[in-house]
Design a protein around this ligand. Structure first.
Ligand code: NI
Ligand code: MN
Length: 234
């Protein structure tokens, strides 16, 4: 009943369960990135959506390491076109086993186009993941999303123990929405993400802590990490 989680800044985490799972590896051009993409080894790379601050270095890391890239159908089509050979495409509502872990794809209210400067590839719809790490821990990574009340359904169906939620506002939930989401998700631990990478998503994580305490009392612990920090949750 334990898992190590490392935050590399923005929405990028490494889960050290039965597999080493890298989520949303935005490292190149990320001003707070705690590692370089060529420093990372992993078994699985999971991508929540096509935006550059999430798809990030996923293609190059998957090609170099041979890690399996997990994504929504359109994102894996794009990765295949870019030369990634080990892929697991899926879509909202589905559950798949990848190596020694289980991934369920859940909705996210956001957008997902791939590309910039005139290049555009249809990234499908954005998503979140519920990842059963098979170590007694189930992690919900929300991706980029506004709040939606079907987060209650995620709690009922999948009973995540840890949630990674965006608090930066502007593009996603802010602290107010993420604190209510935490209450609905009934998780033991919540980790804020997608803030203070850029000035446009500046936030005080202390405000999120206070709001979670108001909603959840002692039921949920907020884990505020610095980019590069690794913590053991049990
Ligand atoms: Ni996005
Ligand atoms: Mn984003």
């Amino acid at each position: 009943m334990t898992i190590d989680i490392e935050w590399l800044g923005h929405s990028c985490f490494v889960l050290y369960g039965n597999d080493t799972i890298l989520i949303d590896p935005f490292l190149t051009d990320n001003p707070v990135a705690a590692k370089r993409p060529d420093e990372l080894e992993c078994d699985i790379v999971a991508v929540t959506h096509g935006h550059g601050d999430h798809l990030g270095d996923a293609v190059s890391i998957a090609k170099r390491t041979g890690a399996t890239l997990v994504g929504i159908h359109e994102v894996t089509q794009y990765a295949a076109q870019e030369g990634v050979e080990t892929l697991e495409g899926m879509n909202i509502g589905g559950t798949i086993s990848v190596k020694n872990s289980t991934f369920t794809m859940v909705p996210a209210w956001h957008s997902s186009g791939i590309g910039a400067s005139g290049f555009h590839f249809d990234g499908g719809t954005p998503a979140g993941y519920v990842i059963d790490c098979k170590s007694g821990m189930t992690v919900y990574h929300a991706g980029d999303t506004g709040i939606f009340s079907d987060m209650k359904l995620i709690a009922e169906l999948y009973e995540p123990t840890v949630a990674c939620l965006p608090i930066g506002s502007r593009y996603t939930m802010g602290p107010r929405e993420a604190a209510l989401a935490t209450q609905w998700l009934k998780v033991d631990h919540v980790i804020p993400m997608h803030y203070n990478t850029f000035d446009l998503i500046a936030q005080e994580p202390e405000e999120f802590c206070k709001r979670v305490a108001d909603h959840c009392g002692d039921d949920t612990a907020v884990i505020v990490l610095e980019p590069g920090a690794r913590t053991t949750i049990d």
